[in-house]
Design a protein around this ligand. Sequence first.
Ligand SMILES: [Zn+2]
Length: 83
Amino acid sequence: MTEKQLQKKYADLIKGAASANGRKETVSYLHKAEKVRTKIYKNLKKQCPNCNGHGYRRISIDGAKTCLVCFGKGFVLNDKKIV
Ligand SMILES: [Zn+2]
């Protein structure tokens, strides 16, 4: 699924939750929406170009420094905006 499709699905699920009857149905919609949202979020992550996704940079044979581009996470947020 592309990012656009995911966003559409997410919007649909949120709409479904708003129009659902009863608490159980609403919660089930929200859970589905949450799953889609994590997928969108994962697409936003991009491997850090500075440390190649390791989160640190080797400075000598037995020394490494935390990468300051991604702060040790190994990925950076994609610049593409979603809403
Ligand atoms: Zn990094």
